[in-house]
Write a protein that binds this ligand. Structure first.
Ligand code: FES
Length: 793
């Protein structure tokens, strides 16, 4: 087929299609559905009317193109597209989560309706694309997924690592002495295709034909071809359909064949109700594209991104343990799945927008992946980001990409081999071009160059670096740490030192928001500290209280850390976010809890908000950051020194909180507990707090009880043994879930509870939240008395 124009050359400007006929300035879709809306709630703003998914900024950088939407109108109707566009992380996740209200049935629908001529062509081939795993509704989808999932589990993929590495090395051998190559052509297209065909058990003899078919399928489903292109594409798609049918017939004659499609064909024979004929043919066609095109595109994005951010490339060359998380950050920052689709089966609400039944949604993962409400400094590329794994590139829930761990593994092995054998690789001067479509994104070519004389394997020292061994699956958090240098150590108060930290190579550290913390790794100790410097500074400031009765970390830091020392650091992360929409704020700090409170006061001052700070401590001598607080926030700070006989009257403070006000507190447990009591009758969300330390959350298998957990979104039921945490059971089942402290302190492993009584053991939830029984921390909390628990996961 003739490839339709790429977004970097001419725009694909076909004739008017059905979806376009509404056009810019069309009436708000709510008006048609009869729903009455105040004028300021109309989801069709000028920006929404101008939104074009096929040309312009969205094709250049989808996340940046929707920045305005994330900030102003996170759910809007696009008259040009005929879809509701969803751009914020939480909203996208909530749509993925509910696959009943937000059906996947339109996921593979042609986004540009076929012309009558194209339809005729497709009919002439007997084209009958039906439901696949991607667009099947429940209950059929989960029943089928469970039957066909085994091949995709991490333990069953381990054996494939060797094959992927061998294929990668063979491709590299062919170009390593050339000094210049298009990586897509030379490696990134064919290796994923070969791996996919091997995994599926499909013959590898028609690679060139398959490439043509894959492009046709992508443009047919997600692109905007002209009328003439539609006919040409219809022929390609029709031939692809027949080709897939022939492969199936051939495979049916090989009952002992290995690979996932053979397994699917066997299940088709064993249980035709669960895996019907129509599914097998459609799946064969869809999976050939899904199993490799997305990995090829993601890999091309990855090399472009890493070589553009040279420092990140050099860091992974120097320290290959960073590679798995670099892959994850590339998937977040420039993943190959930009957007996906859903359709409402009933009137529904996303964010604060009501949608009618039948509404079509374009959920833009690329935008959610850079949403600052979830990712600190989200539009920056940072291979040290410790929640990169939260990205939505693979989707989420029961329809999450089954092949995610194959894709991750291939991308990681590409990086392991390339950084080992060609660390001096650089991006050549070039214009990047992309296939214009709503959903898949990756450059057509990535030209790179290098001096072969500098190849490590030609150097006198002889050998390139050895690879580490990484397990299949999401990256381990242990390896995600950046190097920083201590540039200042000073006494902040009795028993408290302040540390100034800068990037070890002098680069700016990531921006952070008020309430954020980092995890400092010193010797064998990893300890979390809130950031308390100026957010616009290039370095970080923290304050460390020496706790002689603690577990030894703070004592060690006090004893060994000195100016000039190099340390490792994770983060920043923010689990104590400031809601900047409140009318006024009460900030209450106890002791070293002043650190996040000071950052919040700085932020509120910058925003021009009404706030007051109440800071309690044993005496002024033991209270850190007091001087800065009183200087920068003069007139708003009240200090309570115990030795002066002054105590904060928490009841009076809470009673004086104006309506719509919020309280943020960090300090000793008894203070937080008292505030929880005092705010029990106030609206939900009034009190926000952060603890310093956890209770003992260690497991004693003699006292624990095993229980069962049903994961509704993933359609799985797991047994949690007495000697394992719920979190570990979930991770072992191949479900990606963020976790940080693993001791009930940080809130990152939170899961939504649908049924079951929970024994809450965390320090994150308020009493009211525990009583509601709708959330739990999977790293430490368990089922009450061994009863079954059902989670929205
Ligand atoms: Fe931090 Fe569970 S991982 S609360």
């Amino acid at each position: 087929m003739n490839r339709p124009a790429s977004s970097a050359d001419t725009s694909v400007d076909g004739k008017t299609t059905e979806a376009q006929r509404t056009g810019p300035g069309a009436a708000c879709p709510h008006a048609e559905s009869g729903a009455a809306l105040a004028s300021d709630q109309c989801p069709v703003s000028q920006m929404a009317a101008d939104f074009d998914a096929f040309t312009g900024p969205y094709q250049v950088d989808p996340a940046e193109a929707l920045r305005w939407s994330r900030d102003q109108l996170p759910v809007f109707f696009s008259p040009r597209l005929g879809y509701w566009v969803v751009s914020r992380y939480d909203d996208i996740k909530s749509v993925f989560r509910d696959n009943i209200t937000f059906s996947p049935r339109n996921a593979l629908e042609k986004i540009t309706p076929a012309t009558p001529e194209a339809m005729e062509v497709l009919k002439s081939y007997g084209y009958a694309m039906n439901r696949t795993m991607v667009n099947e509704d429940e209950p059929a989808h989960m029943e089928r997924r469970r039957v066909l999932l085994d091949h995709f589990l991490p333990e069953n993929l381990e054996a494939k690592q060797e094959m992927v590495r061998r294929l990668t090395r063979e491709k590299m051998d062919a170009f390593i002495d050339s000094g210049r190559v298009d990586l897509v052509e030379a490696m990134l297209y064919e290796v994923p295709l070969n791996v996919a065909l091997h995994f599926l058990g499909v013959p590898e003899d028609d690679i060139a034909v398959l490439k043509n078919f894959s492009v046709a399928h992508s443009v047919n489903t997600w692109g905007k071809p002209t009328d003439e292109q539609q006919v040409a594409i219809a022929h390609d798609v029709g031939q692809f359909w027949n080709y897939a049918g022939k492969i199936i017939e051939k495979m049916k004659k090989e009952p002992e064949g290995t690979g996932w499609m053979h397994e699917t064909i066997r299940k088709n024979a064993e249980m035709p109700d669960v895996v019907p004929d129509s599914y097998v043919h459609s799946m064969m066609m869809a999976i050939i594209v899904a199993a490799h095109e997305t990995t090829s595109l993601a890999s091309a994005n990855m090399f472009k991104t890493l070589l553009t951010h040279r420092q990140a490339w050099e860091d992974i060359c120097e320290d290959p343990s960073l590679i798995p998380n670099a892959v994850e950050e590339c998937l977040r920052y420039s993943g190959s799945i930009v957007a996906w689709r859903r359709q409402t089966t009933a009137p529904a609400r996303v964010g604060d927008v009501d949608l009618p039944e039948g509404a079509k949604l374009l959920i833009v993962q690329a935008s959610g992946n850079q949403d600052e409400r979830h990712f600190e400094d989200g539009d920056q590329f940072d291979i040290y980001r410790d929640n990169a794994v939260d990205h939505l590139t693979f989707g989420y829930g029961s329809h999450q990409c089954m092949g995610k761990n194959i894709g991750r593994m291939e991308m990681r092995i590409f990086l392991e081999e390339m950084t080992r054998r060609l660390p001096h690789l650089r991006l050549a001067d070039q214009e990047f071009s992309y296939l214009a479509n709503t959903s898949f994104r990756g450059p057509d070519q990535v030209w790179v160059e290098w001096d072969p004389a500098e190849n490590p394997e030609r150097q006198q020292a002889g050998r390139a670096r050895e690879n580490l061994h990484f397990p299949v699956g999401a990256p381990s958090r242990r390896n995600i740490a950046r190097k920083v240098r201590v540039t200042g150590v000073r006494k902040e108060a009795d028993g408290i030192i302040g540390l100034s930290l800068e990037d070890a190579k002098g680069r700016p550290l990531p921006r952070w928001s008020a309430g954020a913390h980092i995890e400092l790794c010193v010797g064998d100790y990893d300890r979390k500290y809130s950031l308390c410097g100026k957010p616009d500074a290039t370095g970080y400031e923290i304050a460390v209280l020496r706790e002689d009765e603690g577990r030894g970390g703070s004592r060690h830091i006090h004893e060994v850390v000195a100016e000039g020392m190099e340390l490792r650091l994770r983060g920043p992360s923010n689990l104590f976010r400031l809601d900047e929409e409140a009318s006024n704020y009460l900030l209450i700090a106890g002791g070293i809890g002043v650190t996040p409170i000071l950052a919040m006061a700085d932020r509120l001052k910058a925003l021009g908000k009404d706030y007051a700070v109440h800071y309690s401590g044993r005496s002024r001598r033991t209270m850190a950051l007091l001087e800065r607080l009183e200087k920068d926030h003069a007139g708003r700070v009240t200090v309570y020194g115990k030795d002066e006989g002054r105590r904060a009257d928490l009841a009076a403070l809470v009673a004086g909180l104006p309506e719509g006000g919020q309280i943020y507190t960090c300090g000793p447990e008894r203070m937080i507990s008292a505030l929880e009591d005092l705010t029990a009758g106030l609206p939900e969300g009034t009190l926000h707090f952060e603890h310093f330390s956890a209770h003992d959350t260690g497991l004693d298998p003699d006292r624990e009880t095993a229980f069962q957990v049903e994961l509704k979104d993933s359609g799985l039921t797991l047994d949690v043994a007495a000697n394992e945490t719920l979190l570990d059971a979930i991770l072992a089942a191949g479900i990606d879930i963020a976790c940080d402290c693993r001791e009930g302190l940080c809130g990152s492993c939170e899961v939504e509870v649908l049924e079951g009584e929970i024994d809450h053991r965390d320090m994150v939830l308020t009493r009211a939240e525990r009583a509601e029984n709708r959330r739990m921390m999977s790293c430490c909390s368990r089922s009450q008395a061994g009863g079954k628990v059902k989670l929205a996961l």
